[in-house]
Ligand binder design. Structure first.
Ligand SMILES: Nc1ncnc2c1ncn2[C@@H]1O[C@H](COP(=O)(O)OP(=O)(O)O)[C@@H](O)[C@H]1O
Ligand SMILES: CCCC(=O)OP(=O)(O)O
Length: 358
């Protein structure tokens, strides 16, 4: 029997699960408001706070750390790599601490998993981190060679959900042409062409639609002017793009459910902003459909916001002319992390070795 702890830190939540022999023993999601996270200057500063959440959940459910066989965390911003299950090693920890590709809550997945694994002499893994890179050459062009587009997205959930939908379509994933949209704290719109994500917006850093806590793409000229206006520090501008952008900037919350409650209570501003976010998501889907020359098997909406009927309806109305829209609310990340680690523990697959910068 393999008992595995799964740790999934997201920008608006920490998700924890424990599995044993395919049985889900515990699953818990803790949501974090912008106020709760405001006191932490960097993501790494949230380490103790998020680790304590994990340990508290284990304690509440009377699961002894010593009984675990492995720990698997959501993979963060390491150097770009191919998909798969990687053993957390010293190089990975160094790169995450040095924030070589930037900051995101997912960076804490490997750090916490490694600390807990080391405390009991058991291995720690990550699976399909947010930097999985399968972009085709055209997708890397931005418009200036010093600023190539890069692949940062919800790789783990996009891949897991795409495989599930491919099954529903009775087609191997490697033969499908899908557009998968993860609607989380960040929003990614990925083109899955024959099993590879050949184009996707950088969900973290000022690209694509705005999201609950991110600005998405901004008018560059105006942004440059703002950067040099003396009005804001570099750190403040970065926060406008990630953390305090999108819904947070317009209506002060990163919470889709709270937004819906406000809309139901007659808040017209919240309604307009929420609908504008759906409009931008639809526009990005339209753009991504051109990558597949319009030959799209299905458009898939997933992530937390896909639970919301009105939001899904607004997007669907604008994009259903392209392909059938399938809704897979929430995420398959916890099971995908568990299964990735289990494949290694059972000897079905070998853990990949993270090398750092190639
Ligand atoms: N039932 C729901 N209705 C509307 N929005 C929801 C619902 N559940 C989650 N959300 C929203 O989805 C977003 C988070 O999605 P999730 O995929 O869990 O993201 P993350 O991993 O970024 O924390 C938040 O804005 C959250 O409030
Ligand atoms: C870093 C890309 C993935 C992402 O945006 O995740 P969250 O929605 O959990 O912030």
């Amino acid at each position: 029997m393999s008992k595995i702890l799964v740790i999934n830190p997201g920008s608006t939540s920490t998700k924890i699960a424990v599995y044993a022999n395919h049985d889900l023993l515990v699953e818990k999601t803790l949501r974090h408001s912008p106020e709760e996270l405001a006191g932490f200057e960097t993501i790494t500063d949230q380490y103790e706070f998020r680790e304590q959440i994990v340990l508290d959940v284990l304690k509440t459910h009377q699961i002894q750390v010593a009984t675990l066989d492995a720990v698997v965390g959501r993979g963060g911003l390491v150097y770009p790599l191919e998909g798969g299950c990687y053993r957390v090693n010293a190089q990975m920890i160094r790169d995450l601490k040095a924030m070589v590709m930037g900051e995101h809550a997912s960076n804490l997945g490997a750090l916490i998993a490694k600390a807990i694994g080391d405390s009991i002499g058991k291995p720690a893994f990550i699976v399909d981190p947010v930097v999985v890179d399968e972009l085709e050459p055209f997708a890397r062009y931005s418009g200036h060679p010093e600023l190539p587009r890069i692949s940062i997205f919800h790789a783990l959930n996009q891949k897991a959900v795409a495989r599930r939908i491919a099954k529903e379509l009775n087609k191997p994933y490697t033969e499908c042409q899908l557009i998968v949209v993860h609607l989380g704290g960040g929003i990614s719109v990925g083109v899955h062409k024959h099993g590879k994500v050949v184009d996707v917006n950088n969900a973290l850093d000022g690209d694509g639609p705005f999201s609950p806590e991110r600005s998405g793409g901004l008018p560059v000229g105006q942004l440059v002017k703002l950067c040099f206006s003396g009005k804001y520090s570099e750190a403040e501008i970065k926060k406008m793009i990630k953390g305090k952008g999108g819904l947070v900037a317009y209506i002060g919350t990163n919470d889709g459910r709270e937004t819906v409650e406000r809309i139901q209570a007659g808040d017209t501003k919240a309604r307009e902003v929420f609908e504008a976010m759906a409009y931008q998501v639809a526009k990005e889907i339209g753009a991504m459909a051109t990558v597949l020359s319009g030959k799209v098997d299905a458009i898939v909406l997933t992530g937390g916001l896909a639970y919301n009927r009105i939001f899904v309806e607004w997007v669907t109305q604008r994009v259903q002319f392209i392909a059938p829209v399938k809704v897979a609310p929430g995420e398959d990340e916890m099971a995908a992390l568990y299964e990735g680690a289990l494949r290694v523990l059972s000897g079905e697959e070998e853990a990949k070795d993270y090398q750092g910068h190639q």
